[in-house]
Design a protein around this ligand. Structure first.
Ligand code: AHR
Length: 512
C-alpha cells in the first residue's frame, strides 16, 4: 500500500522518479506466513504443443525420452523444483473423459479438441502418462475434474481409479494398465471456469453443483486430495466469497484466474515481442492489478473465514499476447521476453505478500503455450526468461515471509504510473534471508537502501536477469541471449543493504 501511495503522490505532484531514493526496512523480527512452494506451480493443458510434442513425444520418437516423455524437458523441469502441475485443463478439462486416456494406446479413441484449434486429440497422454510425468519431475499432481460434460459418477470413479487401495474392479483395471499401487493426488478440482467455458453457470448454481460433485469424491483414509472449487476472475469477488461461506468444510481452496494483457481489450492484446515502452508500462500496470484482486477476494473470504482455512489459489495467471502471424491461433504459442520475466517476478512478490491466503498458483502454461517456461521445436528446446526467474526464486519455496516497509519512486510514462521497484523478502528453509528486487523502470537504475531489523547479516550474494532490449528473448539460434548472471551491485554496511538495481532487471539476493 505504501508503495502504491508513493506512486500516486509522485504522479500528483510531478516529482521526478530519479530524485527519490528507494528505501525501507526488512522486518526479520516479524516473520509472517509460510510462502507455500506450490505458488511456484505449473499448468499443462491439452492445448497446442503444451503436451503433445512439448512433453510427450511417444516411446518410438527419435527425441530422447523416458517412456515417451522428453528427457530434455524433464531435466529442465527437475532443475526448476516444480512443486505441482495442474492437468488436463483449463477449458479442455470440462470436455475430457478420463476413460479415453487409459488402456493400450492403440485402442484409445481419437477425440476432438473443440477448445483449442479443433484438432484431433489422440489421448496418448492420459492418466498414467501424467502421473508418470509428475513423478519423474518430482512434482505433486493437481487433477482438474470434468463438471461441464461429465457426471458425479465419472468424476468419483476417476478419483477412485487413482487412489483406491481396495481390491475393486477399478483398482484391478489400474493394475492391468500397469500401476497396481494407488497414486497420491495432492489436489483435485471440481470444474474449471464454470462461469465460462466450464458451463456458463452463475456462482449460486455452481455452489450446488460443487456440493453435489464433492459429496461423491471419496478416497481411502489419509489419501484425500485438497478439494478445490472453481472460482472467479479479474474484479469479480462473488465466487470466492460465496463458495468460502457456503461450500462446506470439504472445501480446501477456491481458484482465481487473471491474465495480463498489454492492451485494453482481448481483441487487441498486443504482440509478444516488437513492442514499445507504452506496452511495457501498460503490461506492468495491468499485472500489478493482481495485488488489488487478491486483496479484494481475501477481504470477501475473511467475512466467513477469518482464520484463513480456505486458500485462494491463482491456478491460471501470466501474460497473453496476440498470436504471431502464421501460427495456429488456437495453439496460443507466444515468445517470451524480458518483459515476461519482470511480470513473473512482480507477481511472485505479490503472491509472497498474500502468502496467508494464496497457497498455490499455476502459471499458464508450462511448455509452448502462453507464458511458458520452455519452448520446443522438434528436438530443440530453449529456456525462456520466465524459466530463469522461476529458477532464481527457488529459495522462496516454503520460506517464511519477512514483511517489508518500502517506498520507491514512481516510474511513469504519459498518464500511466507504477511503483518503480517491487520487493519482497523471506527467511529461507536453510536460514538465509532471500530478497527479491525488481526494477520496473526501463531507463533508470534504482539506488536502494534497506535496513534489516532483527537479524545480523554479514555476506550478500545474488543473481541478476536483465538485457539491453525491452523484448530481449531467447531463440533456438541464440538460446542464451537472456540468462541470469552473478550480481555484484549489492553491499552490506553495518547491517544495511545497499543495492544499485539496474534498469529493467530482476535481482534475487541471499543474505547470511
Ligand atoms: O490457459 C488457457 C485457457 O485460459 C484455459 O483453458 C482456460 O481455463 C482459460 O480461459
Amino acid at each position: 500500500m505504501r508503495i502504491f501511495l508513493m506512486a500516486v503522490l509522485a504522479s500528483l505532484v510531478g516529482v521526478s522518479g530519479a530524485e527519490t531514493p528507494a528505501a525501507g526496512t526488512i522486518h526479520a523480527d516479524q516473520p509472517g506466513a509460510k510462502i507455500d512452494r506450490h505458488i511456484y506451480g505449473q499448468f499443462a493443458e491439452h492445448l497446442g504443443h503444451g503436451i503433445e510434442a512439448g512433453v510427450w513425444v511417444g516411446e518410438s520418437s527419435a527425441i530422447p525420452n523416458t517412456r515417451g516423455l522428453r528427457n530434455d524437458v524433464i531435466a529442465a523441469l527437475r532443475e526448476l523444483h516444480v512443486p505441482v502441475v495442474r492437468w488436463p485443463g483449463g477449458c479442455f478439462a470440462d470436455e475430457y473423459h478420463w476413460r479415453d486416456g487409459i488402456g493400450p494406446r492403440a485402442s484409445r479413441p481419437t477425440t476432438l479438441n473443440t477448445n483449442w484449434g479443433g484438432v484431433p486429440e489422440t489421448n496418448a497422454f492420459g492418466t498414467h502418462e501424467f502421473m508418470d510425468f509428475v513423478q519423474l519431475i518430482g512434482a505433486d499432481a493437481y487433477i482438474n475434474g470434468n463438471v461441464g460434460t461429465g457426471s458425479p459418477r465419472e468424476m468419483a470413479e476417476w478419483l477412485q481409479y487413482l487412489t483406491s487401495d481396495k481390491p475393486t474392479a477399478l483398482s484391478a483395471e489400474r493394475a492391468r494398465n500397469g500401476h497396481p499401487e494407488p497414486w497420491k493426488v495432492a489436489y483435485f478440482a471440481v470444474g474449471n471456469e464454470t462461469w465460462g467455458c466450464g458451463g456458463n453457470m452463475s456462482p449460486q448454481y455452481y455452489l450446488d453443483v460443487f456440493r453435489q460433485y464433492a459429496t461423491f469424491l471419496k478416497t481411502p483414509e489419509g489419501a484425500r486430495p485438497q478439494i478445490i472449487a472453481s472460482g472467479g476472475h479479474d474484479e469479480d469477488t462473488s465466487w470466492s466469497e460465496l463458495l468460502t461461506a457456503k461450500a462446506g468444510l470439504d472445501l480446501s481452496a477456491v481458484t482465481f484466474h487473471y491474465y495480463t494483457i498489454p492492451g485494453e481489450n482481448w481483441r487487441n492484446k498486443g504482440p509478444a515481442i516488437g513492442f514499445g515502452e507504452d506496452q511495457w508500462i501498460s503490461t506492468l500496470a495491468h499485472t500489478l492489478k493482481m495485488d488489488d484482486f487478491i486483496r479484494a477476494n481475501a477481504a470477501g473470504m475473511d467475512k466467513s473465514d477469518p482464520g484463513k482455512r480456505v486458500a485462494f489459489d491463482v491456478d491460471e495467471w501470466g501474460t497473453w499476447y496476440d498470436t504471431e502471424p502464421g501460427r495456429e491461433p488456437g495453439f496460443l504459442f507466444q515468445q517470451n521476453s524480458l518483459r515476461d520475466a519482470v511480470v513473473a517476478a512482480v507477481n511472485f512478490n505479490i503472491f509472497h505478500r498474500h502468502a496467508d491466503r494464496v497457497r498455490m498458483a499455476n502459471i499458464a502454461q508450462m511448455v509452448n503455450v502462453l507464458q511458458a517456461m520452455i519452448l520446443t521445436d522438434g528436438p530443440k528446446m530453449l529456456l525462456t526468461p520466465t524459466y530463469h526467474v522461476f529458477h532464481m526464486f527457488r529459495p522462496f519455496q516454503d520460506a517464511t515471509l519477512l514483511p517489508t516497509d518500502f517506498e520507491a519512486p514512481a516510474y511513469r510514462l504519459g498518464a500511466t504510473s507504477v511503483p518503480g521497484v517491487s520487493v519482497s523478502a523471506a527467511r529461507t528453509t536453510t536460514g538465509e534471508i532471500a530478497v527479491a528486487l525488481v526494477n520496473l523502470d526501463p531507463h533508470k537504475a534504482a539506488p536502494i537502501s534497506l535496513s534489516i531489523a532483527g537479524a545480523r547479516v554479514r555476506t550478500v550474494k545474488g543473481e541478476i536477469l536483465t538485457a539491453a532490449a525491452l523484448d530481449a528473448h531467447n531463440t533456438f539460434e541464440s538460446p542464451d541471449a537472456v540468462k541470469p548472471s552473478r550480481f555484484n551491485g549489492a553491499a552490506l554496511e553495518e547491517g544495511r543493504l545497499s543495492v544499485t538495481l539496474p534498469a529493467k532487471s530482476v535481482v534475487v539476493l541471499s543474505l547470511r
